[in-house]
Design a binder for this molecule. Sequence first.
Ligand code: BGC
Length: 802
Amino acid sequence: MRYLAVKPKLNTLTVCLTLALASMLAGCNDDDDDQQEETSSSPVKDAAYYQKMAKEAAGKMSIEEKLNMIMGPGMNMGNGEVQVTNLKNNVSGVAGYINGVKNEQLDIAAVKLADGPAGLRINSTRSGSSETYYATAWPIGSLLASSWDTKLVAQVGKAMGEEIKEYGVDFILAPGMNIQRNPLNGRNFEYYSEDPLLSGKIAAAMVDGVESNQVGTTIKHYVANNSETNRNAIDTLVSPRAMREIYLRGFQIAVEEAQPWAVMSSYNKLNGTYTNERRDLLTDILRNEWDFKGLVMSDWFAGTPELTAWKQFKAGNDLIEPGGELQALKASYDNGDISEADVTVNVEHILSQVFQSPSYNNYVPSNKPDLAQHRALARQAAAESMVLLKNDHQALPIAPRQKLASFGVSQIETIKGGTGSGQVNNESTVMLAEGLQQQYSVDESLIAFYRDYYAKNRVEHPGFIASIGTYFTCDDPALDASVVESAAQNNDAALITIGRIAGEGVDRTNTRGDYLLTENELNLIQTVSDAFHAAGKKVTVVLDVSAIVDTTEWADKVDAILLSYLPGQEAGNAITDVIAGNINPAGKLAQTIPQYYADVPSATTFPGKDTNGDGTPDEIAYNDDIYVGYRYYSTFNKPVAWPFGYGLSYTTFAYDGATVETNTLGNGAKGGITLSVSVTNTGSVAGKEAAQVYISAPEVKLQKPTLELKSFSKTESLQPGASQKLTFTIPAQTLASFDPQKNQWIVEPGSYQAWITPSSDVTGHEPVTFNVSEEIVVSNTTPGALALPAGVNAADFVTVNQ
Ligand code: BGC
């Protein structure tokens, strides 16, 4: 019997029912409807079905088989040095496995786990095969999230999932969804946003898209893993309220709305204890409060599994990856640290997902995903999601076939993605110079100069994870003024590309060549701007960067700035499509760009404090508490370079008729509000607009950020003059704040203001208002969960209010 079945949309159903009961919310969103339709021909088997199956199977396993299932077999990057139990088909380059079982009653295939957030990371060749196994390198997470477009993200997820399935993998170790607390986190490129609602909704869309192929996702890294320095041991000190409202909230949304097959616990400690040993995080909150049905796995070699694997299992971390500590685990079992009943719980969680996997269901992968279609989608998704920060005097778009002078080494080695486990082995990447050459009359002498310079000056760096390979960088050279001068005479416009790579295991720094531009880059911007402006021509900067960089030092010198982030394998084509106006950029910042790094509320505590004097930070106190990103800048009136939610288009939009359609908060926890606005394209080209709802809530018992994003929605592509009504449903749970004294989510009484705006800069916009007559307790949470270490109070380290 085959048990292949679609993931039941339990939460969609629950949400719809709740909404219907409350008789006020407009219904479930289109994304869900689309996916329901696409998969409705498959038999729907719910979580209870697989749980029952898992229970029965666990009853037929010996304790040895159970221990062998919860402990991964060890590291194997496709070179066969570890033994995987009942592995039926290997895939070269996967990151890990879950051992299977083969006994008289059971034949459960081992399943394969592969990275990662920007696409499937497997080896592109396999020994004994002349075929290639290239995957698509998609735009990085930060760029996809800048789309604010859950439909687009689900489409990308669906295509990514097809590659996972057709290349024979069962689970992808993605999406990454940690909060971008500080711009210097080296892994920000894998993550979505500084805001938990946006992170959660984008992650849920990605999970739904990937899992519509009946393969699993693994949302990671759970939780409070917002820096890379000393990542395996750092102790993260966070108040329970900040945990609930900022760091857990996105995971909660993804779990409740999309039920991913797996969650990966993180490397760090939280308030003194490794996250993978915390029962409050893994069982009380994740399973009991949020009703998570999947499995939890550790991050690779996280914690001290050689000593205390049993603690992870008892806490609710069901699987240790990559594993290999079976003897230690057996010893813990033998001496009674962990019982068979404990282990059986882990096994059942694992099996309930394994039974849905392609390997278990003997799916024969074609090894032929539709790479051509995915290439086209990667190009479109990247281009649409880019953020146009500045566009004075309509510097962009630049009409195709014009003469373009393109400066910067990053046009030669355009960075497609970050390094480490988020890397993808794709067939080829389109460099910006190549993309421009397709659509413009490019100054070939400049391209030849940069090509030659790059070839001679690039520097190879070992990757943080050696087996994932090396990467190259090349600093921009100082250019001769005469070169720039003649380029200004011979071309119609200038483009300058600034590149920054980043990767796993290392944080970025607020130094030249990293967050700050180098002297050569600054000089280039200055001399090119001077020469081209003197000739009456415009200058555009493209930021091919893993994460935000400083713009304050140079933004006023140029006419246009396009934040392309790392666009994936179609980088050069996607950037050129935006420059040429083939695609109207519709991205908006998912992260604030501050005026100065020093303005970032966590600048004083990042990347942590060395408390034991060994020269390495070992503790990072989240001094900014709930005031992360725009929550801080808007509350404490800090000017920023570019606000959260901001992004220009080649057209303009008007917002009219903002209104509160319904307010059923009188119904308590099941109530909510519905708002709407009409968005009209008032410009001259078609475009899409992401509208955002920011709420200012009254402060009764709890202080609150001045503004919090509570909903967003994106229009379809609107022709000039066309309008679309957008409706925003905000349930009480989304409106609520966390009261740490009572361990409750509450909506406080009073008058609320809601701004429906193009960005978090609400200045000059009029809010609509609504009232809450009495406090609503939305839910009670686990008493004592997330407690700070004995003797530590949030007031000891939260400095942001001062
Ligand atoms: C990373 C994970 C990744 C795993 C497997 C770890 O180092 O933190 O994100 O999925 O390796 O490659």
